[in-house]
Ligand binder design. Structure first.
Ligand code: PGU
Length: 405
């Protein structure tokens, strides 16, 4: 018999979103005629716009011609796409050979675990996107703080709540090898200011830690003063890896396309290059994003695609505002939604899963319980603004009619 991986046993529940789906299916079995609205998983709903669609169609058609056919692509991804990411999204503050095109940010989070291995200590925001913790646990990073040795063999949770404006108190935070940080944040919808991100970069520098900055929602930032990339902060190139994604930027959750950035200056303690190892991991564990998706990505970022992309982002942001205003009018404590597709709503007196069940039964709306993102999320519900406008408006009516709680 084969022994089960002991680290997988330590995961104390199923992955959050399948768990939400399980409860949704159970409700539908009992109530087959229910007209459920899903504001749960952050999954895009709007069809692609014409130029975006055409780019994908053409890429597929070209594969059917002798001149247009292509097989495995270049290891780091299509050079034209990398050039476009560098110029359109980073104003050439990163170079195309520091960009690694991927099949999405979640997949890169998993591969980063292989890069750093199970001997590393990590810090995450609490609450945070569950993939950081779950992939770390699977690699064996579950130890407790060792008072005598003064170090962690495991995971440090940095509380982020309304009291600290969702930015951790770095003065009391211990050193870890890696720090996962997400802004605009999933799940709270909070964005970190330039000053806060400067403090974060300085903290990583002082501790000689590596920052893994998840910028999957960067394009949702509305205020030019708020950094869209960690590389807007001086010194970040020496301490940070950044992850990006086309999923929420251009409705590519199903197409699958993302990227990671590992700057030349990022080094291990022995002076060797992190980028060289990342290249080794990526070329060993991954054979590149689909060539169709990559050509599609070029179409998203070119002169015709870019306005379509912004139109899509603005559409979802309008949804977020509609939902936010509803909760504000009803007197709820609600965060996010201004530079993010997520709303973080406090349900006083209710635990997150109870609020989830209440909304499922009384409003037939699927949400995501805040506690699924970490202990500090208890009492909150995350609402996703990804939905057709008619669905969002219907959800508003239902929230109002049940008075929420
Ligand atoms: N990073 C963050 C912060 C995310 O919120 C998500 C998706 C990803 C990465 C994954 O991006 P891909 O490029 O599509 O791989 N978060 C969604 C989907 C749930 C999931 O598990 O991926 C959410 O609802 O939180």
């Amino acid at each position: 018999m084969v022994k089960r991986n002991p680290h997988i046993i330590k995961l104390n529940a199923g992955y959050l979103f399948p768990e939400v789906n399980k409860r949704k299916r159970a409700y539908l079995e009992k109530n087959p005629n229910a007209k459920l609205i899903s504001l749960g998983i952050g999954d895009t709903t709007e069809p692609l716009y014409p130029h975006m669609t055409q780019s994908l169609v053409k890429a597929a058609q070209d594969l059917g011609t002798a001149q247009g056919y292509s097989g495995y692509g270049s290891e780091q991804g299509n050079l034209l796409l990398r050039n476009q990411i560098a110029s359109k999204l980073y104003q050439n503050t990163v170079s195309s050979d520091e960009i690694f095109v991927s099949d999405g940010a979640k997949c890169d989070i998993g591969r980063l675990q292989i890069l750093f291995g199970s001997h590393t200590t990590i810090a995450v925001q609490n609450p945070s996107y569950p993939a950081y913790v779950d992939t770390s646990v699977i690699l064996g990073q579950t130890g407790e703080y060792n008072l005598e040795q003064g170090n962690y063999r495991g995971i440090v949770y940095l509380p982020c709540d309304p009291k600290n404006n969702f930015f951790p108190d770095l003065s009391s935070a211990p050193r870890t090898d890696l720090i996962y940080f997400c802004s605009p944040n999933n799940p709270t919808g909070a964005v970190s200011t330039r000053e806060q991100l400067t403090a974060l970069v300085n903290f990583a520098k002082k501790n000689r830690s590596i920052l893994i900055f998840d910028a999957a929602y960067a394009v949702y930032i509305q205020d030019p003063e708020i950094p869209k990339s960690i590389y807007e902060i001086p010194g970040a190139r020496e301490v940070a890896i950044e992850l990006g994604s086309f999923s929420k930027m251009s409705g590519y959750t199903g197409v699958r396309l993302g990227w990671s950035i590992v700057p030349e200056e990022l080094k291990y303690e022995d002076g060797s290059s992190v980028k060289t190892d990342w290249s080794r991991i990526v070329s060993t564990f991954f054979n590149g994003a689909s060539n169709i998706a990559q050509i599609g990505g070029i179409g998203v970022l070119d002169d015709q695609g870019h306005p379509e992309m912004m139109k899509m982002v603005n559409f979802y942001l309008e949804n977020a505002q509609i939902l936010k205003n509803t909760f504000l009018e009803m007197g709820y404590e609600v965060y996010g939604g201004d530079h993010s597709p997520y709303l973080w709503v406090k349900f006083p007196g209710l635990k997150s899963w109870d609020a989830f069940e209440y909304l499922l039964e009384h409003a037939e709306i699927v949400t995501t319980p805040g506690s699924g993102f970490g202990a500090e999320g208890e009492g909150f519900i995350r609402l996703s603004a990804y939905g057709h406008r008619s669905t969002i408006l219907e959800a508003v009516q239902r929230f109002k009619s049940v008075g929420v709680h």
